[in-house]
Design a protein around this ligand. Structure first.
Ligand code: ATP
Length: 263
């Protein structure tokens, strides 16, 4: 039986395998001109874990993600994904790595001129090179059902609400069954109820697809729902990490500032 996508199950905090490291970042540095954006980033992410990165705007959260997928080259430090040093990968190896990594950007990244079905077929035919139409149909229908959008299969993105577009964008990313998911502000621009639905969907997708995720967000409700672990980024470094509840009790003023509106 498929899980119903919009209903979050009670959260099991320690489902991930503590032994297997999927992403390992040590002393990562990245500057643009004389602006030091990443000064000393250290992060280990285990298989099946949801790690939330909190940080104010312009702290370099997106730059970190772009380094992980090899879109930006760090100036110093080590950055390993599945045990391989990303900055040292050749173009072909990077392509293979990126097939294992899904992104969900703020925009949701749907093609406006294609139906939902066509948007979902695109990564299957272009990235995975699947030719069998029956297999394509099966995967499209299955993933849409998973995100609660089965009825929207033949709709255009312009006919969808913001929340539905986000779901469709998530389906488009999940359809190639990535091992790692990188979410950049997944709930930005959505109303609180829809934000909560998307956060619960992220949690359910982690369970269903056993993905390892980094979730960048300012949305504390999203962090609370999705995080196995939270790291707080400030001035180019991760200054504190722990469970959501643990960080809520932090003595650090910067960490406290994120939790000030949480009751
Ligand atoms: N390719 C680039 N070239 C020059 N500067 C860049 C580049 N990418 C990012 N920056 C700068 O690095 C800093 C961090 O940007 P980044 O987008 O990672 O911030 P962020 O923490 O994700 O913020 P936000 O929450 O607003 O998205 C910003 O000052 C940005 O202008």
């Amino acid at each position: 039986m498929e899980e119903k996508a919009t209903t979050a199950e009670p959260k099991e905090k320690k489902t991930h395998d503590k032994q297997e490291v999927v992403i390992e970042i040590k002393h990562l540095k990245k500057s643009f001109g004389n602006k030091d954006v990443l000064k000393d980033i250290n992060l280990v992410v285990h298989r099946g874990e949801n790690v939330v990165v909190l940080g104010k705007s312009g702290q370099g959260k997106s730059v970190t993600i772009q380094c992980i997928v090899g879109m930006l080259t760090p100036d110093d430090g080590t950055l390993k994904v599945f045990g391989e040093e990303v900055p040292g990968l050749k173009e072909k190896e990077l392509k293979e790595l990126r097939i294992k990594i899904g992104f969900l950007f703020q925009s949701g990244a749907l093609y406006d001129s294609m139906t939902v079905r066509e948007n979902l077929e695109f990564p299957l035919t272009r990235v995975l090179k699947i030719k069998d139409q029956a297999e394509i149909d099966k995967r499209v229908e299955e993933v849409l059902e998973g995100v609660g959008l089965a009825d929207a299969i033949d709709k255009m993105p312009s006919d969808l609400s913001g929340g539905m577009r986000k779901r469709a964008g998530l389906a488009r990313t999940l359809i190639i069954k990535p091992e790692i998911m990188l979410y950049d502000e997944p709930t930005t621009g959505l109303d609180p109820i829809t934000s909560r639905e998307i956060s619960e969907l992220i949690l359910n997708m982690q369970k269903k697809y056993k993905t390892t995720s980094i979730i960048i967000t300012h949305d504390m409700e999203c962090a609370r729902i999705t995080a196995d672990r939270v790291v707080v980024m400030n001035d180019g470094e991760y200054i504190e990490e722990g469970s959501f509840d643990g960080l809520q009790k932090s003595k650090n003023k910067i960490v406290q500032s994120f939790f000030k509106d949480i009751s």
